[in-house]
Ligand binder design. Structure first.
Ligand SMILES: *Cc1c(COP(=O)(O)O)cnc(C)c1O
Length: 403
């Protein structure tokens, strides 16, 4: 049987439009497709492969655990889950951890938790959840409704109620929506899917204050920004604002599916036995890999390395732009970098992604106006340099075609 891209259209639900490239092998920040063509990976599986492909520490953790124990169910706990939870508690504000399998599920747990806390402490009236326009929190009906792009949540019947959206980096718009009926404010401390938008310190501190004033919980969705991505273990650590609930996934498993919700004992106590759960949440394989990924990322060397690589990415992009004038702004933090296209190239991020792939470079979009880079946190300098040569070649071709 031929496993080709056209088979996708024959047998898969058409909710994705995957590239014609089918990678079959990865190592570090390089990938090879079915034809043996090599790609440099600036996409990192959308901020997931924090240690690149097939990192020996992760391969070891996975194979070792695979020979011991795969799955139990939550009628029993297991050693990898306990070890990972302890690690997360030791290195963050959190005192309690709930494991899920994805970012959306971690957020689903967070949303159910904040609703339950408000109900128990203040009554049914306090159910409003405020999130932000262009925010992204996953694709379950609850999380996608909390997300700030109605196009993603429309058309699936009645939505979970009492969810409002303010403007990111606009405290007045939040103030206008907020009251003592607000149960929680949910935000990404660096908007990813929405276009790589950093919060201002004033905004993020103001959100915390408003939450405190109205007895609302502050939820940080760090599914994309967490686990070293910004050069801090979690983005909140670089902002000087601590949330009440934090969700983490993507890079947490380094490519193995896992998500987690972190919170305090005082808040966690409301999720009593029977209130929430997941068959696979806390799965030994996932937790063993995540523990290895977490320990590898959570070192001064790797986190400082992210900041050094951020500078390399931004310098290279500024240099390319000086030559071709295609970007209006280079932004983001750590290795979550966005290159916003200028008016002349508005709406064309997909063209840049395809042109880069033709040159042997994988990049991402963040909407139709921003090219996104979310590479391995340990991508070798040589791969950054070579990838940027390929990116420049792609842009040169686009510019030439347009002239
Ligand atoms: C990717 C993402 C999610 C959803 O994670 P899944 O694992 O796809 O469910 C949620 N929030 C943010 C900020 C994300 O970037």
């Amino acid at each position: 049987m031929q496993l080709t891209r056209s088979l996708f259209d024959d047998v898969m639900v058409p909710n994705y439009a995957p590239s014609p490239i089918i990678p079959v092998k990865g190592l570090g920040s390089r990938l090879w497709d079915q034809q043996g063509k090599e790609y440099i990976d600036f996409a990192g599986g959308i901020a997931v492969n924090c240690l690149g492909h097939c990192h020996p520490v992760l391969v070891n953790a996975l194979t070792e655990q695979a020979n011991k124990l795969w799955h139990l169910s939550n009628t029993m706990t297991n050693e990898p889950a306990l070890a990972l939870a302890k690690r997360l508690v030791d290195h963050t504000f959190a005192e309690k951890v709930y494991f899920a399998n994805s970012g959306a599920e971690a957020n689903e747990a967070a949303l159910k938790l904040v609703r339950r806390v408000a109900l128990n402490k203040f009554g049914a009236e306090k159910s409003q959840i405020i999130a932000f326009k262009m925010g992204f929190h996953g694709r379950t009906l609850f999380t996608v409704t909390v997300g700030g792009q109605p196009a993603y949540s429309d058309g699936f019947g009645p939505k979970p109620a009492d969810i409002d959206h303010a403007e990111y980096n606009n405290l007045d718009s939040l103030k206008a929506l907020m009251s003592d009926k607000t149960c929680a404010v949910v935000l990404e401390p660096l908007q990813g899917e929405g276009g790589i938008i950093s919060p201002t310190v004033e905004f993020i501190k103001g959100v915390r204050e408003l939450c405190d004033q109205h007895n609302a919980l502050l939820v940080f969705d760090e599914v994309q920004s967490g686990v070293g991505r910004t050069g801090e273990l979690y983005a909140y650590m670089g902002l000087g604002v601590t949330p009440d609930v934090l969700t983490t996934a993507k890079a947490l498993g380094g490519g193995f599916p896992i998500g987690a919700m972190l919170t305090t004992t005082e808040i966690a106590k409301h999720l009593v036995v029977g209130t929430h759960g997941s068959t696979y949440g806390g799965n030994p394989l996932a937790c063993a890999v995540a523990l290895a990924a977490f320990d590898t990322v959570n070192t001064a060397e790797v986190l400082e390395g992210v900041k050094a690589r951020e500078a390399l990415f931004k310098e290279a992009l500024v240099k390319i732009n000086a030559k071709y004038d295609v970007f209006s702004e280079i932004r983001g933090k750590g290795l979550l970098v966005g290159a916003a296209l200028n008016a002349k190239w508005a709406g064309k991020s997909r063209d840049f992604m395809l042109a880069a792939a033709a040159e042997g470079l994988l990049v991402l979009m963040a909407g139709y106006n921003v090219i996104r880079f979310a590479p391995s946190l340990v991508i070798p300098e040589q791969d950054i340099a070579e990838g940027m040569v390929r990116f420049e070649a792609a842009i040169a071709k686009l510019v030439e075609q347009q002239a």
